[in-house]
Design a protein around this ligand. Sequence first.
Ligand code: AGP
Length: 606
Amino acid sequence: MCGIIGYVGRQDAKEVLISGLKALEYRGYDSSGIAFNVKGKIKIIKKEGKVLNLEKAIDKNDTTFEGIGHTRWATHGIPNEINAHPHHVGNVTIVHNGIIENYIELKNNLKKKYSFQSETDTEVACALIDSLYQENKDKLVALKKTTEIITGSYAFGIIFDDEPDTIYAIRKDSPLVLAEKENNFFIASDIAAILPYTNHYYLLKEGEIAKLNHDGLYFYNNDLSIIKKDENIYEGTLDDVMKNGYDHFMLKEINDETKVYQNIINSYLPNLDITDLEKHFGSFKKYDHITIIGCGSAYHAGLVAKNYFENYANIPTDVELASEYRYKKIFSNRKELVILISQSGETADTLEALRKAKENNMDTLGIINVLSSSIARESDKVIYILAGVEIAVATTKAYLAQVLILSLLALLMSYEKGLTTKEEANKHLKDLKKVIDITKLIVNDNQKYQLIAKKIYNEKDMFFIGRGIDYALCMEASLKMKEISYIHSEAYAAGELKHGTISLIEDNTVVIGIVTDKNIASKTISNLKETKARGSNIILVTTSEIYEEIKTDKFYNEIILIDNVTPLFQSLIITTPLQLLSYYVALYKGENIDQPRNLAKSVTVE
Ligand code: AGP
């Protein structure tokens, strides 16, 4: 939700903190702030809005080599300077990512001793740490007690006034990476902020404490004894967090999709042979039912995958919203596989849904992008989607990598169950090359999407309609359009429209029809024509095979034609043009494409 960073080293801490916050800004951009040591005193500067506002407010003459920083996605208290982090109470300064669930109760106890300036849960945690430090006169003891008293999710960066050149850190559920490079020491909410310095990092377990000062980076376990930790290595490069000449990360990440497909082939399908998947994914023979769980686009990837598991592997599959699943009655089934999909691996609802499935003794598989993230670490099994760092809040390459991995999983299960022969499976897999070639053509020839976008970007409403797997594709295409262009867009099961919503169709209402399943194409086309009869402006998205059947019947205003590949992978090349269409609509509207209002890349709160 928010992004935190901390630095102790030989470089100008202000610069390290600001560039780190810029790399973390996609996690939240309501306000930002830094606290740093100037001649033994902690100086705090915080500003509403983007990190740029903060950067302008900093006095370049301040010399400092130690500090902490924060970029906020408001949960408790409106986005303003008072509620912005860092917060300072007593002798403690703090930055925080997460939510303190018992902060009201704590605040009532602490009110006797402290007065509070902000509406935030974080300021309460700051007061608690200060009171425990005064009580115990030992920072490690105070922090250990804090972890025992506070409930909820948190990653804290903490500075004590009497040790201004040292940073302490603790975490629970919220992500935190730590690193050291040539006497420079870092903490950050994710690797993006550290990559300019190193791709080696440590992870802090719940209940552990980290301490950074000029002598080193120290880790303490629950008994407060010093422990050694193994370093992790991030495979990607700095390029992953740079725009590399693209105007927006979203456009760059759409152009990265072919690279991501190649990553997946290189890692999981070196011989483009189904037995490669057996080797890399393992066996899933024992399962007779699947439940897929996710939020937002991850949930939509699950809706697409349901078609593959049911049609190719003949396994009944339910798809659940994580925020609903965590509070619903569970009928546990030992032969059930629960698949958790998450790009960030930190989405709170999906993490709690995972824990609920495990409490009900069900096997869990994480389909995750961010290495060593909470959902990846807590799932019984994890398959990484290898999409690299995704910065734009609106997911593109990661969503498609999720869909590809899930389609490969369905093919493997179909093969294991003898429903698909090795030859048939490898015939499907061979089409991945075509998918890469066609995707390259799509991203290199994006004029046509710009032209269509130019005609519709001023619309107030639009509808995406389709049937079966096309309806699932509509769900994602509509979300993409909504979240970056702020146009009120709805995805609808084409056959459902005439049961009410068609009353919203009037002259020139944009209706985007996705028609890739030739078995039900005529049905969706009839539904599109029903909207035409009410004056709709139809944009048809279909395959060359279906087009051959309908080319004499020009009922649509615009057409996006996509070559055919095996139906198992058709969703991939249908989606990229729709991502580009949303991108250009938002571009012509002049919206902030990478950081849409009110959104954040990883939703670590309920
Ligand atoms: C998608 O563009 C959104 N950013 C959002 O719906 C996202 O898919 C959702 O929050 C789930 O995130 P996750 O994949 O990191 O769990």
